[in-house]
Ligand binder design. Sequence first.
Ligand code: TXA
Ligand code: MG
Length: 538
Amino acid sequence: MKTLHLHNTQQDIKQAAGILRRGGLVAMPTETVYGLAADALNGGAVRQIFEAKGRPMDNPLIVHVAEFEDIERLHLVKTIPEKAQKLNEAFWPGPLTIIMEKGEVIPDEVSAGLDTVAIRIPSHPDAHALLAESALALAAPSANTSGKPSPTTAEHVANDLDGRIDAVLDGGSCSVGVESTVITLATDPPRILRPGIITREQIEAVIGSVDVDRAVLNKLENNEKAASPGMKYKHYAPRARVILLRGDDEKYITYLNRLYRRDKSVAALCYTEDVAKTDAPCITMGSMDDEAQQAQALFDALRAVDELDGVTTVYAHCPEATGVGMALYNRLIRAAAFEVIDLPKKRIIGLTGQTGAGKSEVSRMLTELGATVVSADEAAREAVEDAQVKAMLCAAFGDVLNHDGALNRQLVANIAFSTPENTKTLNAITHPTIAAIMLDKAKKAKSDVVFFDASQLFEAGEDVFCDRIIGVIAERDIRMERLLCRDSITREEAALRMAAQFDEGFFLSMCDDILYNNGTREELYTGVRALYERSVNP
Ligand code: TXA
Ligand code: MG
């Protein structure tokens, strides 16, 4: 089918209304997002909406009307509760959807078999004109392919649905940008099923206390029933993986910049204020202090993610889930399939360096000076006792447990270090747990500053949590002598071990502070003390 591209002239609106009256599909602009409209009281017409979008049939639609009186005139609901009248006075026409007990005229396709129906009176002049001209109630979900970000321009609609619907009515960009707030009056107290630009606080000011459905901010458990069926589907998802970074603004930038230095396949989904500070490619979703602008920009930003070449993961600056932020968070967390990384609240200082350079000595000195030092080696010993890690090691390397179920560390070490491939596998299995253990220890520590002592700080991905990173470096010959002395290995073995590590240039480029350890213990101590003082009092 050829999709007509119509404009908001009187003639085009007449044509669109005609299509709807004949049971066709028209994408129409609303103040929130574009909706894919059909005659709400014509079950056959409504069924085509599900086909065009690829929408699961158990997900009910919102019925749009031009005027409040239409709800009663068309018998769309059983009775109009008093709270609906109050909400109408305060927010309609506008970005609010109210769920009430449905009238008998509502086809099963619209309500997906529920005994309620969702009603909304949009404020967009073109939507209003189309509703008035057609004299219909219009069922309209967002006019996107199911699972994709909702469309906020006619172009977004065309990208998804061109050739699958009769017409698009182009009314420019939607001003709100996120879908309407959905509230049900079928429960007592009323409950918000989907947050939008009209906030809980605004609603409570009109009808008193309301609940927020658990699924708004949390992932549904496997057997949990969705109050709003739309909540259970993965949503708003670009092809690239989206991960939310939750923490303060500076930590967000640090995480991204450190990651981007060693991984060029990442990008930022961030606020305009972040752009100047971020090295990675950025897609912006408005200004930090302007939530309305963020809402307006959000879906366009999510769609733009897929236009970045070579980007496989996008790290989003996580909004606070209050006020309008609740709507933003609700959409982003679904785009991220609930993947959130909590950034540490404390100041973290990484300590790393070449083998034999004296990192452990520095770590001891820091402890002496009173620093809280979290050791990656110690975390690694705890990590391999983790049941899931043990199971993964067995899956990768065969039965590596003793009779008592404890890990046979020697056996694991032998297998893991026998080939570079196996070492990689061991690291892939253990590193995430080691990092998690270290972050947990930092969280529980009494001090506000915590040092991460880790020879594989970068390989294990602990660097991204560090506000500063100290690299300990020494000349090759000196490191060689220290290794021979310390580990009773041959010169060849020591040379191999040194060659397997990053070179000095790597540490110079990735660390913020360098401690050269080519001289005496006293000289090293002086350097460590100076760095310690600077770290604790930045
Ligand atoms: O802003 C909007 O609401 C846009 C514009 C086009 O009006 N529409 C929209 O529709 O976002 P849609 O279908 O994408 O989202 C409707 C949401 C879904 O999560 C659906 O499950 C829920 O509302 N819903 C509809 N009827 C319901 C009902 N009777 N009970 C519970 N949830 C319902
Ligand atoms: Mg939708």
